[in-house]
Design a protein around this ligand. Sequence first.
Ligand code: SAH
Length: 495
Amino acid sequence: MSGRNDKGRRGREQGNGQHKRSRSSSSSFASSIAGVPVVVGQTVQSTIVGLTHEGEGVGRFEGYTLFVRDALPGELVHAEVISIGKSFGRARMTELLESSPDRREAPCEIYDSCGGCQLQHLDYSAQLRWKRQLVVDNLVRIGKLQVAGEDSQGVVVHPTMGMSEPWRYRNKAQVPIGVAAGQLIGGFYEHGSNDIVEMDACLIQQEQNEETVRAVKEAARMLDIGAYNRVTGRGLLRHVVVRHAQSTGQRMVVLVTNGRDIPHRLELVALIRERVPGVVSVCQNVNTLTTPVVFGEETRVLWGEDVIYDEIDGIQFAISPRSFFQVNPEQTVRLYSKAVEYAALTGKETVIDAYCGAGTISLFLARHADRVYGVEIIPEAIEDARRNAVINGIKNVEFAVGDAEVVMPRWQREGIQPDVIVVDPPRKGCDGVLISTMLELRPQRIVYVSCNPSTLARDLRLLEDGGYRTVEVQPVDMFPHTGHVECCSLLVRND
Ligand code: SAH
């Protein structure tokens, strides 16, 4: 039995299912290194003992670590070494000698060449177990925390909350546009190249998004709208970004263009309106930079609304093209409900929600608190947050634009004394100043929502050293079939 083809799926930054490009990550160009028991090109037999957060198998050979794409824990493989470094190398599976009972046939046809998913070849319940273990390992190794076992005390790490139907969950698609054989295409970047591969079906996308993207591509082809060429920097259409608000059925289309003028703009909008059911907003974002960043600074409405409305657990949210909004609606409710549960509010508390985005968690908390303060760095997101408070008639919230690590100390000087602080930082975790401000503010509880177990573990250690105890951690599977895991953690003050 042979492994997958080597146009494998790893090494690409995945961005939660957004088909982004990144550089391949070989550890060294040397073909042999003193003290390393393998050379590049050598085929070795290796037992797989673990799985990295990017879903690569961790193989051992004579005490040396080799990352082997597609290999699963417990498997025995033949693998050809493709790069080496002092402490680890990378190898390509050439033969699967002993297969894991958790191995599955990936249902997606483009799984091998697309970087969006990393774990389709692993049974879903095994994915959930692995994600919990990844969290435990980080808490122990980086956080130096003791995790409760069957007969030992410590932080309780719950089983990962999974989805009953872990497909078709994403409410947003971000599709790069390019040219192949003179024809406009859109799909994903092929691994290790700048080539875009045409894609019509993605099994983790909601079908409405697929339908929208297909319609926009067809309309662009009919009107001969040029696709952006990433080598020459010429051509117009760079990305098609679409959102689907599951609770209302509303859809948004954002055309990211390399320049302001769109030829046949009115016809294009008319075709989109005719072919995309539920579309209420067609926007343009202008991005003339040559970097791989998707959005530029300027966004304008071509037709319809500037936002779409979605609803989570009875609260309405206006979402504009560039605001952060969780992509898995079914799991979002569960994540936010867990944050509210951990906050244990009685209606009397003052709460700070740091890194609040469009105010989602803040509004969930406001229903149970006396007053909520939210802070977020992106001005448009705070505009959305304020609008969201108004449309839901929620008056006990206040939002500030700025760096959380600057605004929190200001609030401290103004005498705001939170009973609970909720943080939901980006992957790099909380800023050091923010952590020390939290420790000075001494809330009874801290609820830490994290999309990165390693920075979570680092920050939990700092909070523990500052007088808090991590009580429990709930991993939530927001991104099935990818290596990502979200956690909601509860800390209480020691006294
Ligand atoms: N809690 C929100 C958003 C979480 S994503 C939700 O669940 O929808 C993290 C947010 O932190 C993003 O909106 C990002 O723009 C914001 N952010 C990043 N760095 C920040 C900083 N230094 N200060 C404040 N907000 C920041």
